[in-house]
Design a binder for this molecule. Structure first.
Ligand SMILES: Cc1ncc(C[n+]2csc(CCOP(=O)(O)OP(=O)(O)O)c2C)c(N)n1
Ligand code: SF4
Length: 289
C-alpha cells in the first residue's frame, strides 16, 4: 500500500506523482504534508476525495513554507507541554512545483531558511507552470519553449536554487531526478535524520509540457543528469557530500533535447545549441563530475 494512492487525476505516467509517491512512502505515515497549489495538489485532491493517506493540508501558492512553520511551532508547543509525549515527532513535509518554489513562494521559503525552521521542503521541478499550460517559471531553462516566453526572456537563466539554499546555510540540500529512484529515496531518508531546514529538488518531466512521449520520459530524465545539465548533488552542512559522475564519453546535450518538442527549434540552430552545451560543460567543470 502507498500513502499516495492511485485515486488521482494526473496524466497517465506523470513523473511528479511517481516521485511524490517515492517521497511519502520513504517518509512513512508519521508525516504531515503541506502542499502548495499545482499539478500535484490539484490532481490528488479533487473534492470531496483525497489520494493522501497521511495528514495533508492545501496551501496557496505563496505560503506553503509558512504553513509548515506554523505546524512545526504547534508541534513544539505540544512537545513542551508534554501533550504528545508518547508519539514520535512527525516530519513536516512541505512540497510544491517549481512555480511555487522558484517564483511565487520563493520569498516565504527563503525566510523559513533564514529562521532555521524544521521543515523538509521538496520541489518537484518540471521546469514550468504545468497545471496552467506550462508558462515559463524561473526554473524554465534558457532556450526551452514555454507559453508566455518572448524574445525578451529567451536567454533568461534557470534560477540556481541550490546556490541560493547554500547561501542560506541550509544544513541539507540535494538535487535528484526521477530517473534515479534509489538516489532519490536515499536522499529523502538522509534528510529525515537531519533537523532544521532541508531542501530537495527533484527533476520530473511533464509529458504535455515538455512535448514528449510517455515512452521516452525516463530516457530523457536520465540524460538530463548524464549530460551534466541536471547533476545529482548532495550538500551536507555546506560541503558537497555526494555527486554522480557523468558517463565518459558524456552524451551531448543534443541527445537530451532530440525527443523534446519544447526544444525542437534548437536542433538546427548550432549557435543556441552551443550555448546549451556550454551550460552542461560548466556544471561538469564546476562539480568535477
Ligand atoms: C497566486 C496564484 N497565481 C496563479 C494561480 C494559478 N495556478 C494554479 S496551479 C498553477 C501552476 C503551478 O505551477 P508549479 O508550481 O510549477 O507546479 P506544477 O503545476 O508545474 O506541478 C498556477 C499558475 C494560483 N493558484 N495562485
Ligand atoms: S500536466 Fe505534467 S505535471 Fe501535470 S499531471 Fe500532467 S504530466 Fe503531470
Amino acid at each position: 500500500m502507498s500513502y499516495l494512492s492511485s485515486h488521482h487525476t494526473a496524466c497517465l505516467g506523470c513523473a511528479q506523482i511517481v516521485a511524490a509517491r517515492l517521497v511519502i512512502d520513504q517518509l512513512g505515515p508519521n508525516t504531515i504534508v503541506v502542499n502548495a497549489t499545482g499539478c500535484l495538489e490539484v490532481t490528488t485532491t479533487t473534492y470531496p476525495h483525497s489520494a493522501w493517506q497521511v495528514p495533508w493540508i492545501h496551501s496557496l501558492f505563496a505560503n506553503a513554507a509558512p504553513i509548515g512553520s506554523g505546524i512545526d511551532a504547534a508541534l513544539d508547543y505540544l512537545t513542551i507541554n508534554n501533550k504528545k509525549k508518547s508519539i514520535p515527532r512527525p516530519t513536516v513535509l512541505v512540497q510544491g512545483g517549481d512555480g511555487a518554489t522558484f517564483d511565487i513562494g520563493f520569498g516565504a521559503l527563503t525566510a523559513s531558511w533564514s529562521r532555521g525552521d524544521n521543515l523538509l521542503y521538496i520541489c518537484y521541478d518540471n521546469e514550468g507552470y504545468a497545471n496552467t499550460g506550462m508558462q515559463a517559471s524561473l526554473s524554465t531553462p534558457s532556450l526551452a519553449q514555454a507559453s508566455m516566453k518572448t524574445k525578451y526572456n529567451k536567454y533568461l537563466n534557470k534560477r540556481d536554487m541550490i546556490a541560493i539554499a547554500l547561501a542560506h546555510k541550509v544544513p541539507y540540500i540535494a538535487q535528484t531526478n526521477i530517473a534515479f529512484p534509489l538516489d532519490l529515496k536515499e536522499k529523502i531518508a538522509k534528510a529525515q535524520t537531519i533537523k532544521g531546514p532541508r531542501y530537495i529538488q527533484i527533476l520530473v518531466p511533464c509529458i504535455p509540457g515538455w512535448k514528449i512521449k510517455l515512452s521516452d520520459q525516463m530516457t530523457i530524465a536520465r540524460l538530463a543528469s548524464e549530460t551534466g545539465l541536471y547533476p545529482l548533488l548532495e550538500f551536507t552542512e555546506g560541503q558537497l557530500t555526494k555527486k554522480m559522475a557523468v558517463p565518459k564519453p558524456t552524451p551531448p546535450v543534443k541527445e537530451y533535447i532530440r525527443n523534446q518538442g519544447r526544444y525542437s527549434h534548437l536542433l538546427n540552430n548550432d549557435t543556441d545549441l552551443k550555448i546549451f552545451q556550454n551550460m552542461a560543460d560548466d556544471n561538469i567543470k564546476k562539480y568535477n563530475l
